[in-house]
Design a protein around this ligand. Structure first.
Ligand SMILES: [Zn+2]
Length: 78
């Protein structure tokens, strides 16, 4: 019987812990909307041709590949 009580308490603690984690994650997602946008804008991607790393905003996105300049985009196509 005592074992059942322990299991119940332990289960409740885990449940509360998960609730806290979920609340923390939700709060973080909501509170840092601006930060998430900044992260997306300044994401660094490698050029598919030369491998140089450039901000995604400055890269040329062509069919899911990123290029540092139009020249490299053309070179990779042919
Ligand atoms: Zn390049």
């Amino acid at each position: 019987m005592l074992k059942l009580i322990y299991i119940a308490i332990f289960g409740a603690l885990i449940w509360l812990g998960l609730l806290q984690i979920r609340r923390y994650l939700t709060h973080r997602k909501d509170g840092n909307g601006l930060d998430a946008a900044t992260t997306l804008a300044s994401r660094i991607v490698p050029c598919a041709h030369c491998g140089i790393h450039i901000p995604e905003a400055d890269a040329i996105n062509h069919q899911g590949q990123f290029f540092c300049c139009k020249k490299h985009q053309k070179l990779e196509q042919h």
